[in-house]
Design a protein around this ligand. Structure first.
Ligand code: GLN
Length: 311
């Protein structure tokens, strides 16, 4: 396929891949450590492709809202990056962790400074800084995401937030541990409340494809021309998505798909092809690293079919 793949061709590709990947249903496992996620019907599969110039292509359950979970870590990091700039690297690293997303072990060796902003420890530090910077963080996260998507109907799923709050002992442990090293400023319960809400953002594949279009456009939201991040910040955020967006499966995702992206245990994945498009896939069944099994399968076929990735 050439540079200017018309919309009909994406539709064609997505229709075919959808059929090819559907038989993978049942091979993964829905996240069960948050009860509200364990209750999600696994039999759902949606894809949205949004070219920078052109119309969105939707397939399957692309308009059904689901819990974005760790995909929200990109939103909060972008919000903090805008204000703190280089300062943020004193509190969080920028190397892949090679460990599961909720691991505690590395933190002790590295004196409470998490490897990167996309593992839970890193995202909790970022949320802590967000609370320093914003007076009403939950409202301001919602407003930021709504503006990116041009959709004022985006909300937190309060049942998912409650369920995670009731089962957040590991995340609390991470926060207290980092606090003992002086890398957490605010009250742990306040941080975990904001963190569980950001993870409970309820969005569709279509919303996510819109929300990440600024990343495919060097930091500017093409919908309204607003600059969200500087060119350099957008480049850096993309590099973090590529190297750390899939935890201890980040190398394999780059190997198979070849795009910067971010996953969440709700089964969503969003990825982008710079200067061309965003693609969001949702299927709740996860592989053993906590990433959507059918989502990765879909994205691998997509970049292979259109003969385009960042490599
Ligand atoms: N809310 C989840 C947690 O903290 C997010 C994890 C994820 O999506 N990988 O465990």
């Amino acid at each position: 396929m050439n540079n200017d793949t018309p919309r009909d061709d994406y539709k064609h590709v997505i229709d075919r891949i959808y059929k090819e990947v559907l038989p993978f249903l049942g091979r993964g496992k829905v996240a069960d450590y948050i009860p509200a996620l364990a209750r999600v019907n696994p039999n759902q599969f949606g894809i949205a492709v949004l070219p920078l110039e052109g119309q969105v292509v939707l397939k399957g359950d692309a308009r059904t809202c689901f819990s974005v979970q760790s995909i929200s870590k990109v939103f909060t990091f972008a919000m903090v990056m805008r204000h703190l700039g280089e300062e943020i690297w004193k509190s969080v690293g920028r190397e892949p962790s090679g460990n599961p997303f909720n691991s505690l072990v590395q933190l002790e060796h590295e004196k409470g400074v998490p490897r990167n902003p996309f593992i839970n420890a890193g995202a909790i530090v970022v949320t802590d800084r967000l609370i320093d910077l914003y007076s009403r963080p939950k409202e301001e996260i919602l407003q930021f995401v709504r503006e990116l998507c041009g959709n004022d109907d985006i909300y937190y799923d309060s049942k998912v937030a409650r369920s995670e709050l009731d089962h957040a002992d590991r995340n609390r442990a991470l926060a207290y541990f980092m606090k003992s090293f002086g890398n957490i400023h605010n009250d742990v319960d306040t941080i975990i409340d904001v963190y569980c809400h950001q993870c409970a953002l309820s969005m569709s594949c279509e919303d996510l494809a819109h929300a990440f279009l600024f990343m495919a456009n060097h930091g500017v939201n093409p919908a309204d021309g607003k600059r969200i991040l500087s060119k350099s910040q957008a480049k850096r955020l993309g590099a973090l998505m590529l190297t750390c967006g899939f935890y201890d499966e980040s190398g394999d995702f780059a190997f198979r798909v070849g795009l910067p992206g971010k996953s969440g245990v709700g089964g969503g994945i969003v990825a982008y092809l710079p200067e061309r498009l965003t693609i969001a896939v949702w299927s709740p069944e996860l592989d053993c690293h906590g990433n959507s099994l059918m989502g990765i399968e879909t994205l691998e076929r997509f970049t292979t079919d259109i003969s385009r990735s960042i490599f």
